[in-house]
Design a protein around this ligand. Structure first.
Ligand code: BGC
Length: 765
């Protein structure tokens, strides 16, 4: 009898093992590794260093490249301190895929043959619009530009191409996408976001994550996919001062309704890692917030992936925010708050020694360490790093391909936004004599912005010889070009430093031209160095515009900038305005195609473009912010007065909206509502139109937003063609978060708008 039981148990065990899901198998591998690891080996896995720590840079070595790994320092980090992760490039240079391969394979060689556990390193970079630090990689437009296309296919394409090329560079982990709410135009990183609307950010973010990671849980093991890293959790992008890494104050219900939603969607779509907000919200440094990292993220949202700190942000709890008396206390706070990996990135010995000591003394539980290491090992296993620690560039013939370049071009062409076109001054014809002027006319650096071949983007010119600046692309369209900068940036200075550069000559040349193409905006920047004191377009560029306008020649203002520098002083004097945002390496070609009518513009603003620095209001503001004055009274300049609104964007054709209909005049909690609208191309050119559906909750227990984007779809229409666009919604799609932090859809009337059409529908609980 005993024997029979034994056999039965054995059969069940065999059956159980053979039926195990890949997920179970993965867990088993993680547990078996974890069991064999010492505390020191575990803490090493939680340690991330920057490449410079293990190399010698800034001298040209026999390889011809200004960097060489230092074998002693490499061994010290990986063998003595068990370091499990490395990030970044070296000395702020872009390298070729071959150089990347050489470095990363040396690192993995040490990790997988000379360490006891033989666990491969996970290498990470910021490949935020293409592989920033890889020479020859396809550079897409920046995220904010992609958002302006209102076409999530471009976010997906950017993810697919970037994942492939990151792997072609031997790197499996990408610190992207940015899912922060781009609600403050003063902020230096708004161009890294998908704009100010949570629904748009979510829709774009999900597609970018899918492009990076693949469509399902096991696609990460594919050698053309990378682990994404959604960042910066949570509430990073809206500091009160507008300056990077300064305090933000965000009520919980706002945090949940606007800031959390995009992260939630990306996590549901499978994002495998996440980076913590480097700043403070509501007085609390996020890296020390157990409430945000553990309770909200890991417990409430059920995030099972790896949580990495931002650069230097654990020690910052001591040195910057003064909430820890020393490094040790900082480490204790952050690890106990739920951070799994510290982007140290320099003094890793301190992080390592302090964390080991904290565990030994019982101040950090070993179970917390195990939780962190499980998450890290899982990502490494999912990525297939144990089988293939480094992917090789020769296996990626599609790196820098024509097909990928075309995708980057399409994204730019679909995003560039025509904001004004008085007297149909655009498109231009090739016979017109044009003056090309302004500091942004002839610069690959300004087309790409920050995170391009270097952190601040200042080295872009060294890598982009083969691409066209605006000027070069225009020269391919017409022989009648005069170029005089008028103003130019001081490229080895701060990003905002500029100077007169043949100013008077530019104005004189305008008098001889038929059209003036004025390219203004900003030089490249990111993070702290990109902080700004005045959102107005610089005085010198404004003066150039004013002088050009005075000539009486039609001025076409082309904006090339990471954030909306205000132009109220010059806008009335120009005939046309086009925002190119940061359109990437193919942005020059895309703009020239739009200017000369090869492409019909179809981008729309993914944020409100303010008229004045003191009138910054999002499109989803409260009714009180409109101030709707009684006739004649209080009719002053500070009424709701954006220069251009979220969703604005013109075409060379015209679209007519009609027949906005709802499938029912009232609906309940369980019903699906269909809203449809007919859109007709009433002009003479084919064109694309992003159809945006907004809802307004007419009365609510907290003052409702005047409107909110609920759905969008981009369609193509031939002249005379009509399409019916259908959107499906449920009550939950119209909900808001109340002051008790609950999502609610309150019974009452909702107004839907699309184009100039409006319809009212009643929600009955
Ligand atoms: C930025 C992150 C970035 C990290 C690594 C930080 O300074 O805030 O967005 O991923 O550096 O380069």
């Amino acid at each position: 009898m005993k024997n029979a039981y034994f056999l039965l148990a054995l059969a069940i065990a065999v059956l159980y093992t053979s039926c195990q899901s890949p997920e179970n198998e993965l867990d088993n591998r993680v547990e078996s590794l974890l069991k064999q690891m010492t505390l020191e080996e575990k803490v090493g896995q939680m340690t991330q260093i920057t490449l410079d720590v293990i190399g010698n840079g800034e001298t040209v070595f026999s390889s011809g490249y200004p960097f060489e790994l230092d074998t002693a320092r490499l061994r010290k980090a990986l063998v003595d301190y068990h370091v499990g992760s490395i990030l970044n490039t070296t000395n702020n240079y872009a390298m070729t895929p071959e150089q990347w391969y050489t470095i990363i394979s040396q690192i993995q060689e040490v990790a997988t043959t000379q360490t006891r556990m033989k666990i491969p390193v996970i290498y990470g970079v910021d490949a935020i619009h293409g592989v920033t630090y890889t020479d020859g990689a396809i550079m897409f437009p920046q995220q904010l530009t992609v958002a302006a296309s209102f076409n999530p296919v471009h976010a997906y394409n950017m993810g697919v191409v970037t994942a492939y090329e990151t792997r072609a560079s031997g790197i499996p982990w990408n610190f992207s996408p940015v899912l922060d709410l781009g609600a403050d135009p003063r902020y230096s990183r708004i161009y890294e976001s998908f704009g100010e609307d949570p629904y748009l950010i979510g829709a774009m973010g999900v597609q970018l994550v899918k492009g990076y990671e693949g469509m399902n849980a096991d696609s990460l093991s594919s050698p053309v996919k990378v682990a994404s890293c959604v960042k910066h959790f949570l509430g990073y992008s809206v500091p009160v001062s507008g300056k990077d890494r300064t305090p933000a104050y965000i009520p919980d219900h706002i945090l949940r309704e606007y800031h959390l939603e995009p992260f939630k969607k990306a996590i549901e779509a499978g994002a495998s890692t996440l980076m913590v907000n480097s700043g403070l919200i509501n007085g609390v440094t996020v890296h020390a917030s157990h409430d945000i990292i553990t309770k909200l993220l890991k417990e409430e949202l059920g995030f099972e992936g790896l949580v990495v700190s931002d650069w230097n942000d654990i020690i910052n709890l001591h040195t910057r925010d003064k909430i820890a008396v020393d490094n040790r206390e900082a480490v204790k706070l952050a690890i106990n708050a739920g951070v799994d990996m510290s982007m140290v990135p320099y003094h890793y010995e301190d992080f390592f020694n302090d964390l080991v000591a904290l565990v030994k003394e019982g101040e950090v539980k070993e179970s917390r360490i195990d939780d962190a290491v499980r998450r890290i090992l899982k990502v490494k296993l999912r990525l297939g790093l144990f089988e293939t620690p480094v992917t090789k560039y020769t296996d990626y013939p599609g790196f820098g391909s024509e097909k990928s370049a075309r995708m980057a071009y399409e994204a730019a062409a679909d995003a560039i936004t025509l904001l004004k076109n008085q007297d149909s001054i655009l498109p231009l014809t090739a016979n017109l004599k044009v003056l090309v002027t302004g500091p942004n006319a002839h610069s690959m650096r300004t087309l790409n912005g920050g995170w391009s071949y270097s952190w601040q983007g200042e080295k872009t010119g060294q890598y982009t010889e083969e691409f066209n600046t605006f000027l070069e692309a225009i020269r391919l369209k017409t022989a009648h070009v005069t170029y005089i900068p008028g103003v130019s940036y001081i490229n080895d200075g701060k990003y905002f430093e500029e100077q007169e550069d043949q100013f008077a000559e530019a104005v004189a040349a305008a008098r001889r031209a038929d059209r003036v193409l004025l390219f203004v905006g900003e030089n490249s920047y990111t993070e702290k160095p990109g902080d700004l004191n005045d959102l107005t377009l610089s005085p010198l560029q404004t003066r150039l515009a004013q002088e050009l306008i005075k000539t009486g020649k039609p001025v076409i203002l082309v904006l090339n900038q990471g954030r909306p520098r205000t132009i109220a002083a010059i806008e009335p004097g120009v005939k046309a305005v086009i925002n190119t945002y940061l359109p990437g390496n193919y942005g020059g070609d895309a703009l020239a195609d739009i200017l000369y009518g090869v492409v019909n513009p179809s981008g729309k603003l993914p944020f409100n473009y303010p008229s004045y620095p003191n009138s910054i209001v999002n499109y989803y503001h409260k009714p009180s912010e409109e101030q709707n004055p009684a006739a004649g009274a209080y009719n002053y300049e500070s009424d709701y007065n954006p220069q251009y609104e979220f969703g604005d964007g013109l075409s060379y054709t015209t679209f007519h909206y009609s027949n906005l209909k709802a499938s029912a005049s009232s609906f309940g909690a369980k019903d699906e509502l269909e809203i449809s609208v007919d859109v007709t191309n009433t002009g003479t050119r084919a064109g694309k139109e992003s159809v945006l559906l907004f809802s307004s909750d007419l009365y609510a227990s907290i003052s409702p937003d005047v409107k909110r984007l609920r759905r969008f779809e981009k369609i193509s229409l031939n002249p005379g063609e009509t399409q019916t666009v259908r959107f499906r919604l449920r009550a939950g799609d119209l909900a808001f978060v109340n002051t008790s932090n609950q999502w609610v859809t309150e019974p009452g009337d909702f107004e839907f708008t699309a184009g100039d059409q409006k319809i009212k529908v009643t929600y009955k609980n």
